[in-house]
Design a protein around this ligand. Structure first.
Ligand SMILES: O=C(O)CCC(=O)C(=O)O
Length: 270
């Protein structure tokens, strides 16, 4: 992976990136369309989220998961997270270390487009390689030149290893006018070893431009691999491609009013 930032110990304690680090992180993200941020979130918080996720989602009968959630590959599900404790927490959706970086990329008016997870079960095969959304404009040059309009922050709930499978990312593809042909070629003849593969530990996060070519890799471990994702976008973007059936953000009853006033703008589209 070409695009990595190791969050320093003082930055971890302050839960804030220094301005220099944030600028460096932004530049790396803009160039590569992806960024692996090591040690961004306290592992104790991830541990709490992982335990809740296991009970609420991983342990559900497969039949129920298939009925209620989107199947996004072999034994791989896209599950919208119900906003309730411990997931309804600003440390997650308005993280003081991550949100300023996201805002520096998407502008201060950016909003949460969707909040969910991808759960791959043991034995899951490689996912089809894809863009997260069809190109916004007909012109490939216009798409490649445009600034980012949406990005995904991925927060793994287990350590990601070669066995659990990572997300393979074709770094820089978001800026190539040839990205559509590249994706077509990869769909016909997947070249997984060419891709960059972050191997985040619990507490790390990785970011992907919505235009970057990527795909979830096979889970060869004997346990499930859940990753949380928060998609942030410019306020005018509506993801009707991924969410025609499933709600992009789900509030449990009474939970919306727990969002602190200063963060309500993040949920303006829901
Ligand atoms: O499972 C993964 O690593 C990535 C999933 C993904 O990219 C998707 O479902 O769109």
């Amino acid at each position: 992976m070409n695009s990595i930032i190791d969050v320093s110990t003082p930055e971890q304690h302050a839960q804030q990136l220094l301005e220099n680090t944030r600028e460096q992180a932004k530049d790396l993200f803009l160039e590569h369309g992806a960024l692996w941020l090591k040690n961004a979130i306290p592992p104790s918080f991830i541990h709490e989220l992982a335990q809740a996720y296991q009970q609420k989602y991983t342990e559900q009968p497969l039949k129920k998961l298939k009925k209620k959630h989107a199947v996004v590959g072999d034994q791989r599900f896209m599950i919208s997270i119900k906003l309730e404790p411990p997931f309804n927490d600003p440390c997650l959706y308005a993280n003081s270390l991550l949100l300023p970086l996201v805002q520096s990329i998407l502008g201060n008016q950016c909003v949460i487009s969707s909040f969910g997870s991808v759960l791959s079960f043991p034995g899951a095969q490689h996912q089809p390689i894809h863009f997260d959304h069809p190109p916004l404009f007909e012109s490939p040059e216009a798409c490649a030149k445009a600034p980012p309009y949406a990005l995904t922050v991925v927060i793994p709930l287990v350590d990601i290893t070669h066995e659990t499978g990572s997300t393979a990312i074709w770094e820089g593809s978001h800026r190539r006018a040839t990205a559509r042909q590249e994706l077509q070629a990869l769909s016909e003849d997947p070249q997984w070893p060419q891709a960059s593969t972050p191997l985040p530990r619990r507490g790390d996060a990785y970011l992907m431009d919505y235009r970057v070519i990527h795909g979830g890799m096979a889970n060869d471990a004997n346990y499930a691999r859940p990753i949380l994702y928060l998609v942030y976008s410019r306020p005018w973007f509506q993801d009707t491609f991924n969410f025609n059936d499933q709600k992009p953000v789900r509030f449990a009853s009474g939970e919306r009013k727990k969002i602190p006033k200063k963060f309500r703008h993040l949920f303006a589209n829901h």
